[in-house]
Design a protein around this ligand. Sequence first.
Ligand SMILES: Cc1ncc(COP(=O)(O)O)c(C=O)c1O
Length: 408
Amino acid sequence: MLKKDNLSQTSNWLESTQAVHAGENRNRPYHSLIDPIVQTSTYVFDDYDDIQQFIKEQNEGLPTDRLDYGRYGNPTVRVVEERLAALEHGESALLFASGMAAVTTTLLSFLSSGDHIILTDDCYRRTREFGINFLKRFGVDSSVVPMGDYDALEAAIQKNTRFIISETPTNPYLRVLDVERVVSLAKKHGIKTLVDSTFATPFNLRPLDYGIDLVVHSGTKYLSGHHDILSGVVVGSAEDITLIRDHVCTLGPVADPQNAYLLLRGLKTLALRLRHQNDSAFQVARFLENQPSINTVYYPGLESHPDHDVALRQMHGFGGVVSFTLNANLEQTARFIDHLKIPFITPSLGGAESLINQPSLMSYYSLTPAEREEIGIHDNLVRYAVGLEDAKDLINDLAQALVKFESK
Ligand SMILES: Cc1ncc(COP(=O)(O)O)c(C=O)c1O
C-alpha cells in the first residue's frame, strides 16, 4: 500500500478532508474508486522464497504491508485505522470489534497485578464494572472520583497508580473533562491517561493534542454514524499501539473487514453529521431550558452547565446529546417519552435517527432505586441523542409531547 507518502500529506489536511481521504491507498486495486473489502481469514504464500522474504521482513522490522493471518491484520481494517489516527492526530490506531473490546484490551495490555487505576464517575456502566470489579479479580485496585473534582483526583493518586481514565463528555450528565488539567496532574506523577471520547468525536475534541496518551471510542456511535455496526478504536503513540496490537493478537477482539468498511463509509460524513448534530442539539437544549415542566437541562453549551467554560476553551462543538430531568416520577417521565413521535426509545446514540431513553429503565434497570440514586441516576432523567432530522421538527415534537404531558 502507498501509505507513507499519503500520511505525510494528510497531516496538513483539515478534518473533513481527512475524514474522506486519510489512510487511503491511491494505488487502487482494479482501479476501483472505493477501498475494497478484503474478505479473507488468511493470506497465501507463493512459495518457499516468498515465505523467506516474509520472515526476513518480520524479523528485521522492515516496512511491509504483507500479512499472514486475519487476526494479525486486514487491509480494509488498516485503511480505517490510518484514517482514525489522522483524525485524532495520533501516530497510530487500532480497530476492535466493539467499544468495550477497545477499553478492556487497552487496559489489559498495560496493567498488572498490584497496579491501581483511577476512574472518574458518571462513566459508561460496563467500563465502570470492568475497572472496579473485573480488574480486581486480577489484583488491580481502583478508585472512583467525582467528575470535575480535581483535588479528589490528585488525592486518589497512589505510588502504584498506572492510569487515569475518564470519558468526555460523560454519560448521561455531559460533564466535560479539563484535559489540560488532567494531563498536567498525570505528568507530575508519571501516570498514563486514557480518555473515552465517544461523545466528543475528533470533530469536537482531540484529547491527544492536549497530551492525553490514549483515546478510545465506541465506533458504534458517531464514528460509524448509522446505528448499523458495533466497533471500537484506540488511538495513541506508535509505541503504545504496537504493544496493544500484540495483545490483540493473543486476546483476539479483532475488527471484521465488513464492519471496517461500513465504518470507513460512515466516517466520510463525520464532519457534516457532527456539524448538524452539534447545532440541532444546542437548539433542542435551548428549547428545553425554557419549558416549565423541565427541571434541569444538562448540555455543555448552556451557560448553566458546570463545565461550560472548559467546553468553550477546549471543544469545537458541544455534541449531539442533551440530558434533562422532568417534574415527574418514573412512570410520568416514561409516559412523556411515549408521547414523542420522532425519536426511537433505545439506549444508543450517534446515528442518523434520534434516540431517547430514560436511564433508570434502560442501562440501569437491574439496579435497585437506592443503588441508582447513589450513582446519580434519577427516575426523572431523560437522555436525548439528537440525530440528523431537522431541529425544528424535533422541537415541535417535544412541544406537542410536553402539551400532552402537562394536560394530564
Ligand atoms: C462512552 C461509551 N464508551 C464505550 C461504550 C461501549 O461501546 P460498545 O457498545 O461499542 O461496546 C459505550 C456504549 O454505549 C459508551 O457510551
